[in-house]
Design a protein. Structure first.
Length: 504
């Protein structure tokens, strides 16, 4: 039995906004059942460590200790690049392109200093990776060209360095009963994608997982299910296409790597270890009194990940775990005893919440486009024509509302201004188009059963604050209400709503 369809690759897939996009639809994992000897193969654990959880020597030690303690649960470890390495690699590539300067000294010195503080010699594999990176940057400086494929290859060194350093330190500890760790590049365990580009500033990515990825991953780790003989440490975020070219999965794509491995193995849990704690009731930078959320459903997290302005978990990581019914948890490397936020397929009936609202999230830099045309009246095909234009220019939509003669929709900051300008010119050939910028999105995660009272209280507060609501989306989701507001009003609105629903 296999996962027959490939995993979706963007936040729009999760929000149900792109019906043409393929999504992961598991029938059953190959490892759901017991093998011929009766051994339960689904008792593996996936532990993913974010860059914010690998910022230095102490984080490295904590991560290794956590993995050692989890050996009885048979972990598969997935690592991001350490700290700010990805950003540093991007800066190095730009310096080579723009100034002809090849300088990786700060990246190399920092990694080697961590090894030194851990009392480790620099492994030959690390030396070879730095030499290869220097050669690639020299090529960029020479030809004055940096293609997306070359950029992906350059940034891949972050994860490739991270797993090899972790393995060197883990193995120096002796492990539990001599258990060794092995560094594995994701493509070696079956993580293969289509060819495409990924954003270096957002979670968006054109690449999609190949249909074979779940079976390939399950086959690779099948022997560990029967006999756990080593700790696999896998690169997150990066993959390869069928031509052997390195691809990336969008920012924070290591979450997606971990979720795919967890789904393929029918893991007992997917742990996402970060520098901070679990998911909060609001952005703590806006609401200092925000508190952790203990339990969420995947549907709720899908909304938070898709529309929240702060990173929670990669949007495309939610779907594989959700459909495979593998629970996920968001944990803090600095407070490992804290259980963080647990995410499950469905909330149990006994999971009673005292608050009507589970979380308040927000996103700035939203653009509202209002399309008006009397051609919509009683006519079919107009919406199809409008969205064909959006598809033509590669512009995705976050929130949409329609009436008899109007379409209102929002775009976020991640879209090229040239594409938006070209799209607007085409739209104005068939309709009147108004554009409003400097808006923000405010989302309340709440059950439909509470939505009427939540809407009432929200609008009372908006009226008190004299905030105009430019757009409202409600009813398309079972778990959220979305308001579009002036950006200047976002902070007081979030603070007042949080105080009303959580503190009063």
């Amino acid at each position: 039995r296999v996962f027959e369809a490939m995993d979706g690759g963007s936040h729009a897939d999760l929000a149900g906004k792109d019906p043409q996009s393929p999504v992961c639809t598991p029938k059953a994992s190959p490892l759901r059942e017991r093998d011929a000897a009766g051994f339960n193969l689904n008792s593996m654990l996936v532990m993913k460590f974010s860059g914010s959880a690998l910022t230095g020597v102490e984080d490295f030690r904590r991560a290794a200790d956590l993995v050692l303690e989890s050996v009885p649960r048979r972990p598969v470890v997935v690592l991001s690049a350490m700290g700010t390495t990805t950003n540093d690699l991007l800066k190095a590539s730009e310096a080579a392109l723009e100034g002809g300067v090849v300088d990786i000294s700060s990246i190399q010195t920092w990694h080697e200093s961590i090894l030194g503080k851990l009392q480790l010699a620099v492994p030959s594999q690390i030396v070879s990776l730095f030499e290869e990176l220097s050669r690639i940057l020299s090529g960029v400086a020479m030809v004055k060209e940096l293609s997306p494929q070359t950029r992906d290859r350059i940034v891949s060194f972050g994860e490739r360095l991270s797993v090899r350093m972790f393995v060197a330190y883990f193995n120096s500890l002796g492990g539990e009963q001599g258990m060794e760790a092995r560094a594995l590049d994701s493509w070696d365990v079956g993580i293969l994608t289509t060819t495409g580009m990924s954003s270096m500033s957002s979670t968006k990515s054109e690449v999609q997982m190949l249909p074979s990825v779940y079976n390939d991953v399950a086959s690779h780790f099948g022997s560990l299910g029967r006999e756990y003989s080593y700790v696999p440490v896998v690169t997150g975020w990066i993959a390869k296409d069928l031509n052997g070219k390195i691809t990336t999965l969008g920012r924070h794509g290591s979450d997606r790597t971990a979720a795919i491995i967890g789904a393929a193995l029918a893991a007992t849990e997917i742990q996402i270890w970060k520098g901070a704690g679990g998911i909060m009731t609001a952005d703590a930078q806006i609401v200092p009194s925000a508190r952790p959320v203990d339990l969420l459903s995947f549907e709720e997290v899908a909304e938070l990940s898709s529309f929240g302005g702060t990173y929670i978990v990669h949007p495309a990581a939610v779907l594989p775990a959700w459909q495979a019914e593998v629970p996920m948890s968001i944990r803090s490397i600095t407070s490992p005893a804290d259980t963080g936020t647990r995410i499950v397929a469905e909330l149990a009936p006994q999971s009673v919440r005292k608050d009507r609202v589970t979380a308040v999230c927000s996103k700035r830099g939203v653009t509202l486009i209002v399309i008006r045309s009397t051609r919509m009246l009683g006519q079919h095909g107009f919406l199809n024509r409008v969205f064909q234009l959006f598809n033509e220019f590669g512009v995705s939509v976050d929130v949409i509302a329609t009436s008899e003669v109007t379409i209102s929709l929002t775009l976020d900051q991640g879209i090229d201004e040239k594409d938006i300008s070209a799209l607007l010119l085409k739209l104005r050939e068939v309709a009147t188009v108004d554009v409003t910028q400097d808006l923000a999105m405010l989302i309340l995660i709440t059950a439909k059963s509470s939505s009427s009272s939540v809407l009432h209280d929200s609008f009372v507060l908006f009226e008190e604050l004299r905030v105009p609501v430019e757009m409202l989306s409600h009813g398309t989701s079972n778990v959220n209400i979305t308001f579009i507001l002036p950006d200047s009003s976002l902070t007081p609105c979030v603070q007042r709503l949080h105080a009303h629903f959580f503190e009063n």
